[in-house]
Design a protein around this ligand. Structure first.
Ligand code: SAH
Ligand code: SF4
Length: 367
């Protein structure tokens, strides 16, 4: 049985918990504000709560994430946290600060069972699903960190949240969605669903479920290859959900929600970055977009090194040539600018401990 923490409860559940302790309803709202608005890190500091309640609360951890270290890159603007869970598993969270926004990249599983060959997390295999509280607490950490940096407004909250850390969100759908609802709750953390993006390896059932949800969370789909043979080689999940099925689900999602999806495409030198593959990708996407029925764009991601793989990062000329072909075909396309490569905090480098440390960390490591 997992250890529960306060961030595992929504407001109704906290109200129920406190009611069972004989506390009036408004106490739950006070506590909820501490957790999600004030970001109070310690029940002992919730001084507007009666001492008896604070004592009782201290029996229940606020969060089960134990911060082991924070690594700092990009001149302080990227921060990667390594958390240890009560059962010893580790997960990572990345905070990226920009002049006009700040994004938290959050993990949904410890490890990942999808086995994509280019991904550091995939090498770990699935250790376990995170609880909703463990997902939520990562976003809270990012906001607390931001507040400590003095980089944001008085609330010190992140403006964007991407579920692109370790793990496959749709393989842990229920808990992931509980986390989304809790972080969205206007009575608490109040992060708009349109400011959240989930990235999936292409689990069709999850795409179908998301299409029917009430909150408009953005969807990104990891495509990475224009044909089934190569996609299956890179991403074993393609054998279960081949491209045609993935595209059909995506089309239905777009028709239903009228929201734009992003296709992510990691560029691997000599593997999926040939000009003829750019043409095949453009044709595939155009076929799927009859008369604008499909709203999408392509996000090209220069691959971030993962040691122990025979893969290479595409040279910049190949990236721009690939992009140019897509553009010539009228496919909206951007190249993702990476953050945190030197602290192994970039896409697909999250794997815990030293496993993926490819270069010595040049920035200070602090506890
Ligand atoms: N499991 C989900 C979300 C986490 S991975 C998914 O696969 O979509 C987030 C993104 O990083 C995905 O698009 C993934 O394919 C990409 N990625 C994985 N390894 C990478 C690497 N080494 N370099 C660049 N991107 C990588
Ligand atoms: Fe899992 Fe995503 Fe990595 Fe694939 S790319 S192994 S789905 S985390």
């Amino acid at each position: 049985m997992e250890q529960r923490c306060l961030y595992d409860y929504n407001l109704a559940e906290l109200t129920e918990l406190l009611r069972s302790w004989g506390e009036p309803e408004f106490r739950a709202r006070q506590l909820y504000r501490h957790l999600y608005v004030n970001l109070t890190a310690d029940a002992g500091r919730m001084t507007d709560l009666p001492a008896t309640l604070r004592a009782r609360l201290s029996d229940l951890p606020l969060s089960t994430l134990r911060l082991e270290r924070v690594q700092i890159g990009d001149e302080g603007m990227t921060r990667k946290a390594l958390f240890r869970l009560p059962d010893g598993a580790v997960v990572e969270t990345v905070l990226m600060v920009y002049p006009d926004r700040s994004t938290a990249c959050v993990s949904t599983q410890a490890g990942c069972g999808m086995g994509c060959v280019f991904c550091a997390t995939g090498k770990l295999g699935l250790l376990r699903n995170l609880s909703s509280g463990e997902i939520v607490a990562q976003a809270i950490w990012a906001s607390q960190e931001l507040r400590a940096m003095g980089a944001a407004g008085p609330s010190g909250r992140i403006t964007n949240l991407v579920f692109m850390g370790m793990g496959e969100p749709f393989a842990n759908y229920d808990r992931w969605w509980q986390a989304v609802e809790r972080l969205h709750d206007p009575r608490g953390f109040n992060l708009g669903a349109r400011s959240m993006t989930v990235s999936t390896v292409g689990l069709v059932k999850g795409i179908e479920r998301l299409a029917n949800e009430s909150l408009p969370v953005n969807l990104a789909i990891s495509l990475h290859a224009p044909d089934d043979a190569l996609r299956s080689e890179l991403m074993p999940v393609n054998r279960r959900y081949p491209i045609a099925e993935l595209m059909a689900a995506t089309r239905n999602y777009v028709i239903k929600t009228r929201r734009r999806v992003s296709f992510e495409y990691v560029l691997l030198q000599g593997k999926n970055d040939h000009p003829h593959q750019a043409v095949a990708l453009a044709r595939l996407l155009r076929r799927e977009a009859p008369r604008g029925a499909m709203l999408f764009h392509v996000n090209l991601i220069p691959w971030n090194p993962v040691p122990g793989t025979p893969l290479g990062r595409s040279e910049w000329e190949r990236v721009t040539a690939f992009r140019q072909i897509l553009t010539d075909y009228g496919i909206p396309c951007t190249v993702r600018v990476e953050r945190g490569v030197e602290i192994a905090a970039a896409c697909g480098q999250l794997a815990g401990q030293q496993v993926v440390m490819v270069e010595p960390v040049s920035q200070p490591v602090r506890e």
